[in-house]
Design a protein around this ligand. Structure first.
Ligand SMILES: Nc1ncnc2c1ncn2[C@@H]1O[C@H](COP(=O)(O)OP(=O)(O)O)[C@@H](O)[C@H]1O
Ligand SMILES: [Mg+2]
Length: 251
């Protein structure tokens, strides 16, 4: 079990996230739905963690909490030594903008804007000049193999290309953490594999800490570590019958 780890002070650990006694309970009227209660775990800086579990298990909820898009009902999320669960709205927005890159199953690009303009958004929100934002965004698009499509409208790109734009947008602000929620869930098998390989390359080249929610065991078993969210608790490791992929270092 991952619950109740030996407490470690931030100075003694490489933990980028340290989650203590985390609960998320949705309330509506007199009803309450506990998604998980009392989760304890750490994420090591630089690791690639796969988060798996059945639909409705709470994977997206957990990712939203780590990325500061939602607040815990109880418990604490330390980002290094900073407790993000007590940040005010604007501090939390700043944390998200500076530290976290998000990738979702649905791309959330603005279809009428060009690929370049979509990638520029996080930098413009941050107050970066237009010229600097455009130059950084062009570089990121080149990194994901879309340098030649910068001027194309996002709505005119294929699903795989749109997900590449999303990766460029997620990384344009140089985040430390990449949170990817079923990033290949809407793609065909081969395109999904290409996106996973790109995630692998970018994880290394940007020295990211990555958390990947996936239903795909062939992706999960290539990650450094797997956590399964089952019945409101986190269970480490692959389930019986699924072996780690020995080739992961070659991807
Ligand atoms: N804003 C919300 N209000 C109430 N229930 C919610 C809300 N968001 C998610 N849920 C519920 O929380 C559970 C976990 O959802 P989610 O984190 O999306 O699961 P997963 O990503 O593992 O499929 C589901 O039962 C879902 O219906
Ligand atoms: Mg989900």
């Amino acid at each position: 079990m991952v619950d109740a780890p030996v407490p470690i002070s931030p100075a003694e650990t490489d933990a980028i996230f340290r989650v203590e006694n985390l609960s998320k309970i949705y309330r509506s009227g007199n009803n309450q739905l506990a998604i998980f209660e009392g989760l304890n775990f750490e994420v090591t800086r630089g690791e690639r963690l796969a988060l798996v579990g059945e639909s409705g298990a709470g994977k997206s909820t957990l990712l939203h909490l780590l990325g500061g898009l939602d607040r815990p009902s109880n418990g604490t999320i330390y980002y290094f030594s900073k407790d993000i669960s007590v940040l005010g709205d604007s501090e939390l927005a700043q944390f998200r903008n500076q530290e976290i890159g998000f990738v979702w199953q649905i791309h959330y690009l603005l279809p009428e804007f060009t690929a370049l303009e979509n990638v520029m958004m996080p930098l413009l929100i941050r107050g970066t000049s237009h010229a600097e934002a455009a130059s950084a965004s062009q570089s990121r698009l080149e990194e994901v193999g879309l340098g030649g499509r910068a001027g194309h409208r996002a709505g005119e790109l294929s699903g795989g290309e749109q997900q590449r734009v999303v990766l460029a947008r997620a990384l344009v602000g140089n985040p430390s953490v990449l949170l990817a929620d079923e990033p290949t869930g809407n793609l065909d098998y081969r395109t999904g594999e290409m996106i996973f390989e790109l995630l692998t390359t970018l994880h290394r080249s940007h020295q990211l800490t990555s958390i990947l929610v996936t239903h795909n065991w062939s992706f999960a078993r290539k990650c450094d570590r797997v956590l399964r969210l089952e019945g409101g608790v986190l269970v480490p490791g692959l389930p019986n019958g699924v072996q780690p992929d020995a080739r992961k270092e070659y991807l």
